[in-house]
Design a protein around this ligand. Structure first.
Ligand code: ADP
Ligand code: MG
Ligand code: MG
Length: 248
């Protein structure tokens, strides 16, 4: 499903990703862990197609298609969802309209009928109840003035409604409390199945107590230095990144 090969990327002329290779089959949830500055967020931005992140070597394919040749919007329509460490604020854009527009773009691409404002409201209300979000958050501009926890809830609302084929969640340093972490985990776990896969990027092991990954990869200086099962996350917690780096 997602295949990253020998990926090299620069930001502002600085080499950040240095030959990253990773394959995430359909139906699997993989975690990337790594110390601050190892390139975790850079990887998520490269996958998103953010401006300023230049791929200098290597490839990324999504279901056999060259992801790097796609516009950011095309990636979303193809079934990719990206949650960032710092979600974007969109002043002047109502949260409900934004979400419904995104959902309908994806529905059109899937050959499904678009949904109207009433149908959307019904879907959103049900999910917001689960996420413990007040309905007035639908009327506010996207993420403007939202607290960290509210932004994360809003992102989980997007994730649940869009039901992508592939989700990248960059949770690093996001300072989420345990309730917010559990909401993230519950949302990802509710989507798990043969047609969904995810890449969970995290600095700490605690999120992985709730989202048990199929595989764990350690990123260091822009490349994967070690891969293993969920026990690798615990090993990291015990030995620290330095211990794993020294052994690799
Ligand atoms: P992580 O998410 O693992 O903490 P990042 O991907 O955010 O790491 O950053 C990796 C490296 O790239 C760091 O050394 C960081 O300082 C550098 N970097 C990230 N963004 C920029 C930028 N816009 N300009 C220059 N250097 C950057
Ligand atoms: Mg960081
Ligand atoms: Mg980061």
């Amino acid at each position: 499903m997602l295949k990253i090969e020998n990926l090299h990327a620069t930001v502002e002329g600085k080499q950040i990703l240095n030959g990253l290779t990773l394959e995430i089959p359909s139906g699997e949830v993989h975690a990337i862990m790594g110390p601050n500055g190892s390139g975790k967020s850079t990887l998520s931005y490269v996958l998103a197609g953010r401006e300023g992140y230049e791929v200098t070597e290597g490839s990324v394919t999504f279901n056999g298609v060259d992801l790097l040749a796609m516009e950011p919007e095309e990636r979303a329509v193809a079934g990719m969802f990206l949650a960032f460490q710092a979600p974007v604020e969109l002043p002047g854009v109502g949260n409900a309209n934004f979400l419904r527009t995104a959902l309908n773009a994806i529905r059109r691409a899937r050959g499904e009928a678009e949904i109207d404002a009433m149908q959307f409201l019904k879907l959103a209300r049900a999910r917001m109840k689960v996420l413990n979000m007040p309905e007035e958050m639908l009327k506010r501009p996207v993420n403007v003035g939202f607290s960290g926890g509210e932004k994360k809830r809003n992102e989980m609302l997007q994730l649940a409604l869009l039901a992508p084929k592939f989700a990248v969640l960059d949770e690093t340093d996001s300072g989420l409390d345990i309730d917010a972490l559990k909401l993230v985990a519950d949302t990802v776990n509710s989507l798990r199945g043969s047609d969904f896969s995810a890449l969970v990027i995290t600095h700490y092991q605690r999120l992985l107590n709730h989202i048990v990954p199929d595989r764990v990869h350690v990123l260091s200086a822009g490349r994967i230095i070690k891969s293993g099962g969920p026990e690798l996350a615990e090993e990291l917690e015990a030995a620290g990144y330095a211990g794993v780096q020294a052994a690799a």
